[in-house]
Design a binder for this molecule. Structure first.
Ligand SMILES: Cc1ncc(COP(=O)(O)O)c(C=O)c1O
Length: 441
């Protein structure tokens, strides 16, 4: 002891060879994944043979970086970038993460204002607050998306970005919003969570503004359980979003390299997508045409069959060809008739409901965003609300978006299932007409 020749000096290495041991995620865990579904005994047996019986299956990697196998997440990014027509695409683990990464990439922080519509899932506004910035809530129009003139009136010296949302599958008025943003020198971050694959003026949503944020949670058009994407043509914004989503530049072309340009390295979070989600997302993106064609076929059949009654009007679609057709929305004369019609539709077995009822809490309408309206903060520093003098904070009030409340309170919403048959569509249309004829003369 003590006299043995060190390996660095030409001695024999102490560890000549280690054995081959199971991977961290092994066969049992793989089987655990399979076991989540209700496969038939025959299918289960086939899977069991593949997973348990294959001596090469030591376990999946599931981490997108350092993966010895071709990354599914990377393949999904390439497929999504191609589909949307964006030069850069970054996979993340949710649209919430996509929004935060994009806002941070755009430099949004304490004291900045970001314009969002009063009708959207709360995440659009919450992520602005999570970046310590101030959400400025503006009204929608009869398209149920951001009203460009309300957005224009809301611009102040603090405005840092405009975030239109393509709600319920249909595009916002992107020509007017982009025109406004150009005139004011502001970036546009499209929230495409609910409208993956839609377009406006022949361009896919998420490729029209400066950046796009997508969701793949289970309730969206393309799904992977959880997941999201950031799209942009701007290489620098992509670099910054990529840095932010990966604990600030953990993985760059050369991960330990010094900053290539000031603003590349900063404190970030971990929003990485797993290989499991990437694999599902990749297949779903490949089905985009099939999914959109199905939705459009079904929506056309149902919408076309609804009686043209004077008291019934459809939600304005800003670009019919670009509607994903994931939802059908029509307005009735007043909230009272809408409530009655909703009950009657339910009794007829029509899968439709309302959007806004002041007595029923729902995170899609600003009136229920207590966190914002009441200036709530998670820590004692009081951010985001403490970043500007109190009297200069954006004004919030329950009636600040009167058109949103009017349209949403009179709206009937039906989520389209692309698999509905002609007979299903006919039955649904009959149910709708029956109810409308009874309640809307
Ligand atoms: C318009 C909108 N933005 C953002 C989100 C957040 O998406 P995720 O659940 O992927 O974080 C959603 C989800 O419902 C949404 O509808």
């Amino acid at each position: 002891m003590g006299n043995e020749k060190l390996a660095v000096e030409g001695g024999a290495p102490a560890v000549a060879k280690l054995g081959t041991y199971p991977a961290k995620i092994g066969r049992d865990e793989l089987w655990g994944i399979v076991d989540m579904w209700d496969f038939s005994p025959g299918v289960k047996e086939k899977l069991r043979q593949v997973i348990m019986g294959d001596p090469d299956v030591r376990g999946p990697h599931l981490f997108r970086y350092y993966n010895p196998k071709p990354s599914r997440v990377e393949a999904a990014e390439a497929a999504m970038g191609r589909l949307i027509g964006s030069k850069h695409c970054l996979a993340v683990n949710s649209c919430t993460s996509a929004l935060v990464s994009s806002l941070r990439a755009l430099g949004v922080g304490a004291g900045d204002e970001v314009i969002v519509p009063g009708y959207t899932f709360f995440a659009t506004a919450a992520t602005v607050g999570a970046c310590n910035a101030l959400p400025v809530i503006v009204d929608v129009d009869d398209s149920l998306n951001m009203d460009p003139s309300s957005a224009e009136r809301a611009i102040t010296k603090r405005t840092k970005a405009i975030v239109p949302v393509h709600m319920r599958g249909a595009p916002a008025q992107m020509d007017a919003i982009v025109d406004l943003a150009k005139r004011k020198g502001l970036p546009v971050l499209e929230d495409v969570a609910q409208a993956g694959g839609g377009s406006f003026g022949g361009k896919r949503l998420g490729s029209i503004g400066t950046m796009g944020a997508f969701s793949l949670d289970y309730y969206k058009i393309f799904v992977s359980g959880e997941g999201g994407f950031v799209t942009t043509d701007d290489e620098w914004l992509f670099t910054r979003a990529q840095s932010f989503h990966d604990t600030a530049a953990c993985w760059r072309p050369n991960r330990f390299a010094r900053e290539r340009r000031q603003g590349e390295l900063f404190c970030g979070e971990n929003y990485r997508m797993t290989e499991l989600e990437g694999a599902v997302a990749l297949v779903q993106i490949g089905k985009a045409d099939e999914i959109l064609t199905g939705l459009r076929r079904v929506k056309k059949l149902i919408k076309g069959g609804i009686d043209k009654l004077p008291g019934v009007s459809f939600r304005r679609i800003t670009d019919e060809a670009g509607d994903t057709a994931s939802n059908l929305v029509f307005f009735l004369p007043n909230p009272d008739v809408t409530r009655k019609a909703m009950e009657a539709l339910k009794a007829e077995g029509v899968p439709a409901g309302g959007i806004y009822d002041s007595t029923v809490r729902d995170w899609h309408v600003y009136t229920f965003w207590d966190h914002i309206i009441q200036h709530r903060s998670v820590v004692s520093d009081g951010l985001p609300w403490s970043a500007v003098p109190k009297e200069e904070l954006p004004k919030y009030a329950p009636d600040m978006c009167p058109r949103a409340l009017d349209y949403l309170g009179r709206a009937i919403l039906m989520e389209i299932n692309r698999h509905w048959s002609k007979a299903d569509c006919q039955a649904i249309t009959n149910g709708i007409n029956k109810v409308l004829r009874a309640y809307v003369k």
